[in-house]
Structure formats: structure tokens, C-alpha cells
Design a protein around this ligand. Structure first.
Ligand code: 5GP
Ligand code: ZN
Length: 137
């Protein structure tokens, strides 16, 4: 039995405020909005997160996120927007069905930066880049 809350929202088994739907993607309002208009964009098919989803489906989700962002701008006229995604608990994922948060932003709202920029060691950055390039295959 599938206990995934977003699968249930996709199937209409539990209510949500949907704002967009196509063959592969649904977008609906977050029940704990960071700001008014906070929307979640999810594939209809269940994937755990970025480490699991295929590139084609991820592209469809991103296309829908762009549409949602433009509709939020038109409807609510925010000063800006953030996209946020969490893969795994270490990255703050709490619902394990792939989703992208589209969060409207206003100057002076109470959201905070997730990190403070600090100067990196150029050698270490280059070494890390080499590892990732190697892993790209
Ligand atoms: P995560 O922490 O995994 O990046 O984001 C999960 C998001 O799903 C949270 O922002 C949370 O408020 C939202 N959420 C959790 N349960 C429900 C629900 O039943 N309905 C809706 N609309 N959003 C939910
Ligand atoms: Zn699911």
C-alpha cells in the first residue's frame, strides 16, 4: 500500500489546492507556506528525490515550475522568487516524493539565507571539481 502523501494528493485521495496539472506534473499549494503563494511542483509518478528521478521527468517538473513562477508573479507580484529542493534528511527533506518549492519573495520578508558565503580554498575547490568531473563519466 502506498503511504506517500504526495501520491495521495496526485490521485485526489486527499484534498489540496491545485494550481497546475498536465500529464506528468501537478502543482499545489504548500500547507505550511513560507510566504503566501508557496507552491510545490511534483511529478505524478513517485520518485524519492533528485538521486532517484530520471532527467526527462525532472525536465518536465522544471518546465512546470517556470510556468508556476510566472503565474505567481502575475497573480501576487512578488519582488522575487526562490526555488528550493531537498534530497534526503540531511538536506531537510521531509516528504520523500520529489518536489520543487516555488517560493515568492518580498523585500524585508522574514526568510533567511540558508548559508553565509565564505571564501573557499581554490586548491580544494579544484580538487573537488576534478572528482565530480571524473564521476560524470
Ligand atoms: P520538504 O521538507 O520535503 O522539502 O518539503 C515538504 C513540504 O510539504 C513542506 O513544506 C510541507 O509543508 C509540505 N506538506 C507536507 N504535508 C503536506 C500536505 O499534506 N499537503 C500539502 N499541500 N503540503 C504538505
Ligand atoms: Zn509519492
Amino acid at each position: 500500500m502506498n503511504e506517500c502523501i504526495f501520491c495521495k494528493i496526485v490521485a485526489g485521495e486527499i484534498p489540496s489546492n491545485k494550481v497546475y496539472e498536465d500529464d506528468e506534473v501537478v502543482a499545489f499549494m504548500d500547507i505550511n507556506p513560507a510566504n503566501p503563494g508557496h507552491t510545490l511542483v511534483v511529478p505524478k509518478k513517485h520518485f524519492r528525490n533528485l538521486l532517484d528521478i530520471d532527467e526527462g521527468t525532472a525536465a518536465k517538473v522544471m518546465e512546470a515550475a517556470v510556468k508556476v513562477a510566472k503565474a505567481i508573479k502575475k497573480a501576487l507580484n512578488p519582488d522575487g522568487l526562490n526555488l528550493f529542493h531537498a534530497s534526503e534528511k540531511a538536506a531537510f527533506q521531509t516528504v520523500f516524493h520529489f518536489h520543487i518549492h516555488v517560493i515568492p519573495r518580498w523585500e524585508g520578508d522574514d526568510l533567511v539565507e540558508p548559508w553565509k558565503p565564505k571564501k573557499g580554498d581554490p586548491e580544494r575547490i579544484a580538487e573537488t571539481a576534478a572528482k565530480i568531473r571524473e564521476a560524470m563519466g
